[in-house]
Design a protein around this ligand. Structure first.
Ligand code: ADP
Ligand code: ADP
Length: 234
C-alpha cells in the first residue's frame, strides 16, 4: 500500500466572480521511504499541492489517502491530529521562533506533536551530528547562518519521527554550497530514519536528489521521471 495516494486532486480558488484553477486531476502514489521531488515553474500549483498534502487546505475535488485514510474526508480536528502524528514540515523561510534557542525550537516541536513519548535526547544527538549543528544548539536563530537555521529546521521536523516529511523550497533562501549540504543531509537523515520525503522545488538540479521527480505545469502532472538519488556533479 502506498503511504500517500493522490487521486484526481483538483483545487480551484474563488475570489469574487473569478475562478482560478490551481490543480487539475493530479494523480500519483508515493511508496513508504521514497524521496519525491515536485518540480514546476512559479504558479504551476506546487504550493497548493503542498498545502493539500499537509492537510492545511482541502482539495475541491478528488481524494488524498495518507496511510490508507482519506485525508480529504476528515474533520479539521481529525486532520490536525493526523498531521501532527505523521507529518514534519520544512519551509523556505525556516520559520524558527526567533526569541528562543535552536534547541528550544526543536523541543517545542516535540511538545506540540503530543506523541506521548518523552523527548528523545539520543535522536537529537544523532540528528545534530548528522546535520552538523551540535555546538550550535544553544544559539538563537539570528546567531546562526541561513544554512545552519535550515539544518535546525530539519532537526525540528525529524525529532518527532514523522513518517512523512514535507519540504517546501527548503533551499530557496540558501547559496549553492549551503543548499547542496542541506539537500544531502535531508536525503541522508531521511534514509537513516526511513522517512518518506516530498520536496517542492523550482530547481531542476536540486530535484535530482530524489528517487522520483514529479513535474507539474499549469496544475497538472506533466510527467514523472526517475531521479538520480544524488546531486548532479558540476
Ligand atoms: P506555485 O507554488 O507553483 O507558485 P501556487 O500553488 O502558489 O503555485 O499557485 C497556483 C495558481 O493558483 C496560481 O495561478 C496562483 O496565482 C493561484 N493561487 C494560489 N493561491 C491562491 C489563493 N489563495 N487565491 C487565489 N489564487 C491562488
Ligand atoms: P512563495 O513563492 O513563497 O510560495 P507565493 O507568493 O506563491 O509565495 O504565495 C504566498 C501566499 O499567497 C500563499 O499562501 C499563497 O496561497 C497565496 N497566493 C498565491 N497566489 C495568490 C493569488 N493569486 N491570490 C491570492 N493568494 C495567493
Amino acid at each position: 500500500v502506498p503511504i500517500i495516494s493522490a487521486q484526481h486532486l483538483g483545487k480551484t480558488y474563488r475570489s469574487g466572480k473569478l475562478e482560478v484553477p490551481a490543480l487539475r486531476d493530479v494523480t500519483f502514489d508515493v511508496e513508504a521511504g521514497e524521496f519525491v521531488s515536485i518540480v514546476g515553474p512559479s504558479g504551476s500549483g506546487k504550493s497548493t499541492l503542498f498545502y493539500i498534502l499537509g492537510g492545511l487546505t482541502s482539495p475541491t475535488s478528488g481524494s488524498l489517502l495518507i496511510k490508507g485514510q482519506d485525508f480529504s474526508r476528515l474533520s479539521d480536528g481529525e486532520r490536525t491530529k493526523l498531521r501532527r502524528a505523521h507529518i514534519g514540515f520544512v519551509f523556505q523561510r525556516f520559520n524558527l521562533l526567533p526569541t528562543i534557542s535552536a534547541r528550544a525550537n526543536i523541543e517545542l516541536a516535540h511538545d506540540i506533536a503530543e506523541t506521548g513519548r518523552p523527548f528523545d535526547e539520543a535522536l537529537l544527538s544523532k540528528l545534530s551530528e548528522m546535520l552538523g549543528i551540535d555546538g550550535r544548539l544553544q544559539h538563537r536563530p539570528n546567531e546562526l547562518s541561513g544554512g545552519e537555521q535550515q539544518r535546525v529546521a530539519i532537526a525540528r521536523a525529524l525529532i518527532t519521527r514523522p513518517a512523512i516529511v514535507l519540504a517546501d523550497e527548503p533551499t530557496g533562501n540558501l547559496d549553492t554550497r549551503n543548499s547542496d549540504a542541506v539537500l544531502s543531509m535531508l536525503r541522508e537523515s531521511s534514509r537513516e530514519l526511513n522517512q518518506t520525503v516530498l520536496m517542492i522545488t523550482h530547481n531542476p538540479e536540486a530535484a535530482q536528489i530524489a528517487d522520483r521527480i514529479l513535474h507539474i505545469r499549469d496544475g497538472r502532472v506533466l510527467r514523472i521521471e526517475q531521479g538520480m538519488g544524488r546531486l548532479p556533479e558540476t
